[in-house]
Design a protein around this ligand. Sequence first.
Ligand code: ZN
Length: 325
Amino acid sequence: MSRPGRGALRMVVGSVAALLAVALIVALRMPEVAAWQWYLRAGKPGMADFEPRLDGALRWADDYFVVEELGDGAWAIGEPRYGQCNFSYLIAGSERALLFDTGPGVRDIGPIVGSLTKLPVLALPSHLHFDHVGNLARFADVALPDLPALRAQARGGRIRLTRYQHLGFIEGGIPVEFAVTRWLAPGSSIELGGRTLRLLSMPGHTADSVVLEDQGANRLFAGDFIYPSQIYAFLPGADLDAYAASAQRLAARLGPATVVYGAHGCDQAPTVAVPRLARTDVQDLARALTVAAASSGPIGAGLYPRRLPVNGRMILYAKYPWMVR
Ligand SMILES: [Zn+2]
């Protein structure tokens, strides 16, 4: 081989080696991200490919949103045409209303909310994944839990989510930015007028996950902490130890008659129902998470994510212990 030929070969080999080194560094730094992206190759969420059949008291509000009146001034607002079938919850007192989660933002949820209540609305996300924060920028009054990491991220009353906080890149979306008008301390009460909600910090699915307790109505609004089908404890930022501790804490404080409302509701697709669970489901999840967190090796079965049955309605999806930093 001539000298110029050898030089070109060395350059190609060097470039490939450099690329491999960069890929290795990225994979080692964020193995959970790399593994999750590998898992997603099987199919990205997007719009649902079935015609929804509404169960119970669910009704179409337009051609996209479904609504169920839960009684006691609360409504479930679902998006069954969206692949992840998000459910947000509107809870009204006599003076104001709170919207817990706002959906992926495929459609503006504002007109539906406005058709259900004329009260001023405070929007609060259960956590910051893209399918819950998509409409936050459309609301004038937005609350976040007062957690040090979120406070540090805010600039001039606004917060711009990071790529791995938002995760919207899996659907081609970019992290959203929105104004924060209220910082609510974990454990604090939210007064709506004749109705008091309690904000509980429940890290696990994400570090900033919160749930809302409405003790007067025996309800818990749980976001992605618990809902029927796959419980995601494997996404970037998820923490099994924290999740297990949160689930134990939550199971211990719920009354036996508490109805638990989750954020995703198409586990029986094409039948769509408001995702309701009971205290026993929270107890079952706490048990499964405790077993998973205590395990020194990989839990459950499957290549990735590892799958551990919780009960007849839920499967825990977890990452490998070595992926957690
Ligand atoms: Zn989530």
